[in-house]
Design a protein around this ligand. Structure first.
Ligand code: ZN
Length: 327
């Protein structure tokens, strides 16, 4: 990897951050950060957190940790997670004076597709010195590529509801934006490069050779350069109230099959846990998608998608999760 990531869960310990509408900033920033951490790990991206539990960090502690773990390098992306308060609505990203807005805007785009209301990305300098960032976590972490992500205003009723419902998706949105920004391919397709093996690709996407062969209809493990492979790199993220039985039913599969694929020894699930689902992928509907375009993308029929998802019309809505059946 040509980059690494430091995640900074804002506040902590005696510093709770903002509180309102049953949200405590320090707790939500930690929850979001942990999801990000796990996802970067899963993708093989070097990642570090400035705190992993509810502890107090001084600004100096935070900066020292962020600057020392991977070194003072502009290829270290520092993401400081915060929840806003003070009378506003929507997500915003603040980026340092030494960087441009590209990553920040990708993050906002992704958050928007998960239902967040968007304010803006911006830079802010000290009133006493226009060449210095206003926020210490940006100012004192040169040359890192440092950003502050504010996911919404916890004192705004609409934002608070969205934060509580969507914070897990928001965390994954930021990871996806970073991967896109750094050109890491995580989409539903992979173009075979010289030297690739099915085993290597399966490993990279946390799947297995058999699954790749099944969903691509391959009869041998030989690959051709520029061959396009479908990747079932999508996972189901366990939500509160989920059971293995319910998930198996939802995906037209069996509890045992899910347990096998995920090496589960018990039926216990934890919220946020990611499960591989057999031979199917989940497509999250994006703006502009139609059943026809989705069917074409995955080389299946519109009818198959409708049947699998028990759709009675061709109407789909943004963020709806569709199960894509592979033969
Ligand atoms: Zn904060």
């Amino acid at each position: 990897m040509n980059f690494s990531v430091v995640i900074d869960p804002g506040h902590g310990g005696v510093d709770s951050g903002a509180i309102g509408n049953d949200i405590v900033e320090k707790d939500m920033t930690l929850a979001i950060s942990k999801i990000m951490y796990d996802e970067f790990k899963r993708m093989g991206i070097p990642v570090y957190m400035t705190r992993e539990e509810d502890i107090t960090l001084s600004p100096k502690d935070r900066v020292t940790k962020a600057m020392n773990f991977f070194g003072k390098d502009k290829n270290v992306i520092l993401i400081s997670n915060h929840i806003n308060a003070g009378g506003g609505e929507g997500a915003e990203v603040i980026y340092s004076l030494r960087n441009d807005s590209k990553l920040s805007n990708e993050i906002l785009d992704n958050l928007s597709s998960s239902g967040a209301k968007i304010r803006k990305s911006y830079q802010k300098s000290l009133s006493t010195n226009p060449n210095k960032d206003y926020y210490f976590i940006l100012r004192d972490t040169n040359p890192l590529e440092s950003i502050i992500v504010e996911y919404g205003f916890l004192d705004n009723t609409n934002d608070a509801i969205r934060l509580k419902n969507n914070y897990q998706d928001y965390a994954l949105d930021v990871v996806e934006a970073v991967l896109d920004y750094k050109g890491i391919q995580v989409g539903d397709e992979y173009v075979v490069k010289s030297g690739d093996t099915l085993y290597g690709i399966a490993k990279k996407y946390n799947t297995n050779v058999k699954t790749l062969m099944d969903i691509n209809g391959l009869t041998s493990t030989n690959l051709k350069v520029n061959q396009v492979l479908k990747i079932s790199g999508d996972f189901y993220t366990v939500k509160p109230g989920d059971t293995l039985y319910g998930i198996a039913k939802k995906f037209n599969t069996s509890v045992n099959k899910i347990k096998d694929m995920n090496n589960l020894s018990s039926d216990l699930l934890t919220v946020g846990q990611k499960l591989k689902i057999p031979n199917q992928v989940i497509h999250k509907v994006k703006v502009g998608d139609t059943l026809y375009s989705i069917a074409k993308t995955y080389n299946v029929s519109v009818d198959d998608i409708k049947k699998t998802n028990k759709l009675t019309s061709n109407l789909i809505s943004v963020n709806q999760e569709l199960l894509i059946p592979f033969k």
